[in-house]
Design a protein around this ligand. Structure first.
Ligand code: MN
Ligand code: MN
Length: 475
């Protein structure tokens, strides 16, 4: 059979109609929307500065919800938007919708914990006339990234009498900072250079320098340690035993920053996953009453496996569903709650690793997320052979793709790394237990899990726009 000869123009149009070409956010949006995207980045940076720990994130989210008229009371039949926090480390916002609850919910779940160094319970000691705190790292860090840089200390101490104290030291100008020492290169050959990168820095060497002024004279035992205890007692009324009932987190000091001459990017600690936390928070606060009742949930402990009372494996989500049932004058029965969850749609709102310009060979270029190409939809996470993951259904991916296209959300799809290169998980699989539709969705990040993670302002805005479209959809 003879093939009809196509003109150059026809071929071009054919390619446009048939091929899938991801689009750069800045190539798609108009000047007015670009301004909105840049303004959103400013709000986002302010949130990052206020919410450097899960406790601070919960306080900030709760405050923003209360300011928008959300209530902490569960009133039968009230139909009011609600906010409920749990142990100050997890929080949920719930907005009753117009449709009956048994049609299912729209749910967005992000996490508000981030990799860091936690203080041990007996942290304080002295060595070679300097005072230190011992730490135990939390989550997947590359230990060398935490050396020789200014660090801040945030957290809560419960005192002997039961009262508690929140501190955040190292953020304000004039505050002292803390640091973990690194070995000088001149002497690092055997101790570091000849070792594998992940063995070169030992966990027990991640000690925080906290002082160097002695108390008393040379006869005084542990006088550097004692000087710190005296300071902490004068300033906060603390004794050494109080550290045992404390949760103190060592995080990078300083605010979120614009990165680049053109300020295209944001550099900050904790963007995994506070980018999704902020985008989903704002999405729910900015819409009116949605068609489907919506829950935006912020969980803790994702970075260490989602275990514990405030992690995604806990029953907190179910408790929030019961609250919603009460507000909508339903009998809060477990059976009906299960039916509701089974019929729900969820976004596991989490970041994805962006194609790294210097390490492109760990990615599979054709399927990797790219900076600036919008919010990333990830069908499955896990590792080689699709282990330990939810795998979203074709039907659900199809639904979400139509939703994003109809709402002019610039989106892309991304798989984390080459097939057998490594991998990572999210909370998606813990939501899938209920039988709901769930898919991973969030912005790509460079230098993920580092003290200075990088995101693209266009992607952050499209994450917000995508979440908003999801919550506001009429079906
Ligand atoms: Mn994450
Ligand atoms: Mn992570």
């Amino acid at each position: 059979m003879a093939q009809k000869r196509l003109t150059k123009k026809q071929i071009k149009s054919l390619a446009e109609r048939l091929s899938y070409t991801p689009r750069l956010v800045w190539d798609v949006i108009e000047e007015r929307e670009k301004k909105r995207a840049l303004a959103f980045a400013e709000d986002y940076k302010a949130f990052l500065d206020k919410a450097k720990t899960e406790r601070e994130a919960v306080a900030c989210i709760r405050e923003m919800a209360l300011a928008k008229g959300f209530t902490e009371e569960v009133i039968r039949g009230s139909r009011k938007p609600m906010v409920r926090s749990f142990q100050e480390k997890a929080v949920a916002l719930a907005r009753p919708g117009k449709a009956p609850l048994d049609q299912g919910l729209h749910l967005i779940v992000s996490h508000i914990d981030a990799p860091r160094l936690d203080l041990k319970q007996k942290p304080l000691y002295e060595e070679v006339d300097l005072a230190f705190f011992k730490t135990h790292y939390y989550g997947g860090i590359k230990k060398y990234q935490w050396l020789a840089r200014p660090l801040a200390l945030h957290g809560r101490i419960v005192k002997a009498g039961g009262g508690s104290l929140d501190i955040a030291v190292g953020e304000n100008e004039g505050d002292p900072v803390f640091t973990v020492l690194d070995l000088l290169p001149h002497l690092a050959r055997k101790a570091q250079y000849n070792k594998k990168l992940h063995e070169a820095i030992e966990g027990e060497k991640l000690n925080l320098i906290v002082g160097g002024l002695p108390l008393g004279d040379t006869d005084t035992k542990d006088r550097f340690k004692l000087a710190i205890l005296q300071h902490l007692h004068e300033k906060y009324g603390l004794t050494e035993e109080d550290f045992i009932s404390a949760e103190l987190e060592v995080v990078p000091a300083g605010p979120a920053r614009d990165v680049g001459w053109d300020r295209a990017l944001i550099g900050a600690y904790g963007q995994d996953d506070r980018s999704c936390a902020f985008a989903s928070l704002r999405a729910l606060l900015d819409i009116g009453q949605p068609q489907r009742s919506s829950i935006v949930l912020f969980v803790d402990k994702e970075e260490i496996g989602s275990d514990g009372a405030t992690g995604a494996k806990s029953k907190f989500l179910e408790a929030v569903v019961y609250d919603l049932m009460m507000a909508l004058e339903m009998e809060p029965s477990a059976r009906v709650a299960y039916e509701i969850l089974t019929r729900s749609r969820a976004l596991s709102a989490d970041v994805n690793g962006a194609l790294d310009p210097d390490y492109q060979d760990v990615h599979e270029k054709r399927n990797a997320a790219r900076m600036g190409y919008g919010v990333c939809v990830t069908k499955f996470t896990g590792h080689g052979g699709k282990y330990e993951t939810n795998d979203a259904s074709a039907e659900y991916v199809g639904w979400l793709r139509r939703l994003f296209n109809e709402n002019k959300v610039v989106w892309q799809t991304g798989e984390l790394g080459k097939v057998d290169e490594g991998g990572g998980g999210t909370v998606a699989k813990f939501l899938a237990i209920y039988g709901m539709e769930v898919i991973d969705c969030g912005p790509p990040v460079l230098s993920m899990h580092s003290p200075f993670e990088i995101t693209h302002k266009g992607d952050i805005y499209m994450t917000y726009k995508g979440f908003r479209a999801f919550l506001d959809v009429n079906s």
